[in-house]
Every structure is written in structure tokens, then in C-alpha cells.
Design a protein around this ligand. Structure first.
Ligand code: SDX
Length: 376
């Protein structure tokens, strides 16, 4: 019999088809439902891209306005969930986010209805509510009253408004909007796969999103942005970048924000993040962090021969820093964008479902005789 060679980490394994997102690993191309990410990053916004991912087409003006209104109508979070956030406000933000979504699922009036219509309705509600949860947590843990969503502001602007208590500048809102758009979807990444596995058992959308949030938290996935920020502070200046990278690689340690399971060239999202970080750092007058990141990227160039390039997470920490977002909330920013992809993956899984249940090859002992405890 041929030896079994498991595809550890499901590397290179195609588990299903999808119409959500195409990633061309060799050419560094990312497409959401047929539209190139560079076109969407240049011409679109988060709400329009969310509509595209959920409804498989770009909206007409009326459809877009109705969708934005549906998000506005659903931004608030029930008092009982705010109370839960208050009770656990000293916990890590991703744990608070995961717990709050779990609580929302427990009390949702549609919780027993897993029809496509109800699932889409609950999914859009979660897209609208996640920014409110994260902003409310930040206010409460700083001893401030939560700020109610502002219906006059866009999805991205409203997040900064609820976090700060005053509207952001147009440039800041645009920065967050682009960040959320670039994080919205990325095929079967670990968190989206966790969503699909959970949805494949026909558990409800809240359960599936809780699974996605849980998976995203890890530093090998969504947690990388915070680790990059820690690295930039540890390196301290562009002059120290080369030595830092050399020593770290010599210790066989990973440089966060680099490498990717799929891309074998630069992550196409990184160029937009790099440009945004550059603009914000120049505007702030504090170029040190950005120039340190550029120097780290330069020092990592030799690894490009192994297919290791900068990924989406490398520059976004720098963006969040200039927007005053606390470092332990960087991974939450990833979730505020990816919630759209998670909802779209859950809907895609429900609509053409087969339970996801792969095999593990057993290579332990067999035919052991049971010996009663007192005779062992
Ligand atoms: C995201 O999947 C997605 O789509 C994710 C994402 C999305 O949008 O959802 O794109 C977002 O999660 C981006 C990735 C964020 N994570 C990080 O930046 C953490 C650092 N990166 C790595 O840990 C790593 O690159 C992974 C986890 C992202 C991918 O690792 P793989 O595919 O499992 O590859 P591997 O661990 O087998 O590494 C292959 C080789 C190894 O060298 P050898 O042992 O073969 O000599 O490449 C090396 C690794 O040591 N390597 C790195 C490295 N990443 C891989 N060496 C140094 N620094 C790194 N960052």
C-alpha cells in the first residue's frame, strides 16, 4: 500500500469552488467577484465592496443607498451586550469581540431561523454592529461613556467617531475605509475556513462568525499587525533594521508581516497599505516608524528568492498608529473588514453545502490488550 502523506495545513489542497475571490499566487493578483482589487481600492468604498461580495454584483445607486441605510439601521448594540462588554472590559479586545458576537447570537430575534433571508439579514446586522462593539469596548475600558452611532457618517467614519467622540477628518475616514475594503475578503484563509467548517454543520451565522473571530486572533493570521508594530518599536530606527533582520533570521525566527501561504510575490494589498502609511506618516511629521518599516522591507529582499514578500499586515499597524487606534485593537480592525468575507463565505457554504469533515491518518499503536488498572 502507498505510504500516506497528509497535506499538513491543507497546503495546496483545493476543498471547494468559490465565486467570491480569486487569488493568483504567482502574479500577485487579487479579484473580488471579478473586479481587480486595485480598481476597487482606487474607485470603490467599503459599503459598495460589501454589497458586491454579498450580492455578487456592484449596486445601482438605489440599491447602494438602501444597503447603506440597512447598515445605519443596524449599528446599535443591545444594552445587555454593552453590559457584558462593561463586565469584561479589561479582557483582550478580540476576546471581547468574540464574546459580544456570541451574546448577540444568543439573543437575536431570528436566532432560530437559518433561512437564506434570515442569515443574510443577521450577517448584514453583524457587519454593521462589529465597529460599534469594538468602539464601545475602547470607550468603556477608558472609563468613558459609549458614543451612539452617527447616522450621518459612513461606516468607516462612524467607527472613528464612536471611538473618539468626534468626527474624523475626511482623510482619516478614507484611510479606514480603504483598510476595511482591503481586508474584506481573501478566499479560504484560516478564519474564513473556520467559518465554512462551522457553517457546513448548519450551525447558525453567529456561531460561524464566532469561529472566524477565534481563528483570526492568532499571530500567524490576524495578529501579525500588532507583532509588526512591536517589531518596529523594538528596531527603533532604519539604521538598525538590517542587523535586526539578520540576527532574527539567524535564530530561525519569523519576521512578522512577511510571507504568505498563497502569494509567491508581493501581496497586491501591500502597495496600497504602504502608500497610505507613507501619506499618514508624512502628514504627521513622524517618519521614523514608516522609514523603519521600509528599511525592514529592504533588509528582507533576499528572502524574495524563496517567495517571501511583504503581506497585507506589514504596513497596516503603521496606519492604525497614526489614526490613534490602540495596538491591542489592530487585530480587531482586521475583523471589521473581514466580517464581510466571513458572511459571504457562510452564505456560499449554506447555499451548496456538504459537511466539511476531512480525514486524519492514524499512525498510533493498534491491537493493544486492555489490562485492569490494579494489574498495570
Ligand atoms: C494574513 O491566508 C490568508 O489569506 C491570510 C491573509 C488574509 O487576508 O486572510 O492574507 C492575512 O494572515 C497574512 C499573514 C500574516 N502573518 C504573518 O505575517 C506571520 C508571519 N508569516 C509566517 O508565519 C508565514 O509566512 C505564514 C504563516 C503566513 C505562511 O506560512 P506557511 O505557508 O505555512 O509557510 P511555512 O511556515 O511552511 O514557511 C515556508 C518557509 C520556511 O522556511 P524553511 O523552514 O522551509 O527553511 O518560509 C519561511 C519558513 O521559515 N518563512 C519565513 C516567514 N514566513 C515563512 N521566514 C521568515 N519570516 C517569515 N515571515
Amino acid at each position: 500500500m502507498n505510504p500516506i502523506t497528509p497535506a499538513k495545513g491543507l497546503k495546496g489542497v483545493v476543498v471547494d469552488t468559490t465565486k467570491l475571490c480569486l487569488i493568483d499566487a504567482e502574479r500577485g493578483v487579487l479579484v473580488y467577484r471579478g473586479y481587480d482589487i486595485h480598481d476597487l481600492a482606487t474607485h470603490s468604498n467599503f459599503e459598495e465592496v460589501a454589497y458586491l461580495l454579498l450580492y455578487s454584483k456592484l449596486p445601482m445607486r438605489k440599491e447602494y443607498e438602501c444597503f447603506c441605510e440597512q447598515l445605519r439601521q443596524n449599528r446599535s448594540v443591545p444594552d445587555v451586550v454593552v453590559e457584558i462588554i462593561e463586565r469584561i472590559k479589561d479582557a483582550p479586545p478580540m476576546d471581547v469581540l468574540r464574546t459580544a458576537v456570541s451574546a448577540l447570537g444568543a439573543i437575536d430575534p431570528d436566532s432560530g431561523d437559518n433561512s437564506s433571508e434570515a442569515t443574510l439579514r443577521k450577517g448584514i446586522k453583524l457587519i454593521a454592529q462589529l465597529p460599534t462593539i469594538v468602539a464601545t469596548h475602547e470607550r468603556l475600558r477608558r472609563g468613558l461613556k459609549p458614543v451612539e452611532p452617527n447616522p450621518k457618517l459612513s461606516h468607516a467614519a462612524n467607527f472613528l467617531y464612536m471611538m473618539r467622540g468626534k468626527p474624523p477628518t475626511e482623510e482619516e475616514a478614507k484611510a479606514i475605509d480603504l483598510d476595511l475594503l482591503l481586508h474584506a475578503e481573501h478566499s479560504s484563509n484560516a478564519s474564513a475556513f473556520a467559518v465554512r467548517v462551522t457553517a457546513s454543520t448548519l450551525a447558525d451565522i453567529h456561531a460561524a462568525i464566532v469561529a472566524g473571530i477565534a481563528a483570526l486572533k492568532g499571530p500567524l493570521h490576524g495578529g501579525a499587525a500588532e507583532a509588526v508594530a512591536d517589531m518596529a518599536l523594538e528596531v527603533g530606527s532604519p539604521e538598525r533594521a538590517y542587523e535586526y533582520v539578520r540576527e532574527k533570521l539567524a535564530r530561525k525566527e519569523r519576521i512578522m508581516g512577511f510571507g504568505h501561504r498563497v502569494y509567491r510575490t508581493e501581496d497586491p494589498r501591500a502597495r496600497h497599505m504602504r502608500e497610505l502609511a507613507k501619506v499618514l506618516s508624512e502628514k504627521s511629521g513622524d517618519k521614523r516608524i514608516f522609514e523603519t518599516l521600509l528599511a525592514i522591507e529592504e533588509a528582507m529582499k533576499p528572502l524574495q528568492s524563496k517567495g517571501i514578500y511583504v503581506n497585507v499586515d506589514f504596513y497596516c499597524g503603521c496606519i492604525y498608529y497614526f489614526l490613534g487606534i490602540p495596538k491591542d485593537m489592530y487585530v480587531c480592525m482586521f475583523a471589521l473588514g473581514r466580517i464581510v468575507g466571513w458572511v459571504a463565505h457562510a452564505l456560499e457554504q449554506y447555499n451548496d453545502n456538504v459537511l466539511i469533515r476531512p480525514l486524519l491518518h492514524y499512525d498510533g499503536p493498534t491491537n493493544l490488550r486492555y489490562i485492569p488498572m490494579d494489574e498495570r
